[in-house]
Unconditional design. Structure first.
Lengths: 182, 182, 182
């Protein structure tokens, strides 16, 4: 099974995903890392921060190749984003042609309380100052659900919404594991 | 006109749909029943509960054939689901290829108050014990709207949201009839 | 860049869009007007209110031609609707084939408080009596977001949600301008 795992920054996605993958004997694959490896193999970049300087057409080509590479894998959790918040708006991380190439079986959406998300982000050193408010975090969570459902209609993947409350990681991990076995 | 009628368990879909169909002189066709008939005609199953044991590829083939069979009908209300809640998450009842084969003109989404839905389900004998809460029912209602709108963009079908409150069946039926004539 | 600007009646879309276009040196193109021009050039209609009397198939053909005509333009803001409220339900203004022909880079959704929307509509002389309530306006706003996100997944366009509060036009215009430059 190929599972897409998404969640906006601060929901605690990595912790939940990695522990669930460990229990299920799944491999976690980061979509962006696969893209970077393809670009490096092709001699297009040496460092990851050069990726965004590539022409858009090339980036999209690499994105599709990454999706195809991952589609050849099984028992894999794909660490990626439904909607990336940019100064130009919410950018779809998995637009239609990429979804169709990726052929996911499940989409797991990790969510958390907007106030807790803000607090987690504030405690996260090294992060640039965050302009988000509880309102914009709510918006990002809501739009992510919409993108997950649209992706589900396009791909037949089922969608699981998993809440990851403060001090509730164990329950979130169990919910992911159960959904994967369901 | 071909109309898809959806609503999560407990909204009172059947009552509203059947009375609206009667007034409009429409036929109600259950999508799952058409699938079963196709499988039985093909000698694949004898009983309805054997359907889910068929290989996924066969099930999808039957699903598409059902959509094509219904697409040949007119003045029909299609009783089906946008998102089926399973242990593995919300599964799309009408993924893109099925929608494209079905070519609906309208999508009618029957909704009710989450608390009333819980109460109706509790009073429904023969139903297995329900793990849903007001929160998860709200989620299912919200995701169903999202799936209906994504389906609308894919098919050009217009979407009607019809509320079916306790003691308000007559108003719900009228709303469906008006939307169909609109 | 081609930007789709949408917003339900009463959010104050025109004011925000036109001022943002002026500052960015963009042209505002009304989708419906382009459709009318195509129909008039083809000798199909003389007046705009004849458009809706054309056979559906012809209307869809004109819609696609309008999308292609606009797709050939650059630095353009397309004034249109995600979901048009009709007696038969919410009709998608930009169904999939039209979106694919239009190839937008951005979708800007202008929103406002539902109560303010009702008040603006009430003050709008010449408008036919409005049957909408705060509840149905909330519904229309929510479904519009869903349609925008589904369109984003289909087209790769990024989505910006811009709030236009009473006495906040300047901030709304700035938000649009920043999103366009972002």
């Amino acid at each position: 099974m190929r599972v897409i795992v998404v969640g906006i920054p601060g929901v605690g996605k990595s912790t939940v995903m990695e522990e669930a993958a460990r229990r299920l004997n799944y491999t976690v694959v980061n979509f962006g890392t696969v893209m970077f490896e393809i670009a490096r193999e092709g001699g297009l970049v040496e460092h990851r921060d050069e990726m965004r300087k590539l022409p858009i057409g090339i980036q999209q080509e690499i994105q599709r190749e990454a999706a195809e590479r991952i589609a050849a894998m099984d028992n894999v959790m794909v660490d990626t984003h439904m909607l990336i918040k940019t100064p130009g708006g919410y950018m779809p991380g998995l637009p239609q042609p990429i979804l169709m190439a990726l052929r996911p079986d499940r989409i797991i959406v990790i969510e958390a309380d907007p106030v807790e998300i803000l607090q987690r982000r504030a405690g996260d050193e090294g992060r640039r100052r965050d302009a988000d408010t509880v309102e914009t975090i709510k918006e990002h969570l809501e739009l992510t659900r919409m993108a997950a459902i649209a992706s589900s209609i396009l791909t037949r993947a089922s969608v699981c919404i998993v809440r990851n409350p403060q001090n509730g990681v164990e329950r979130a991990v169990s919910a992911v594991v159960e959904a994967m076995r369901g």
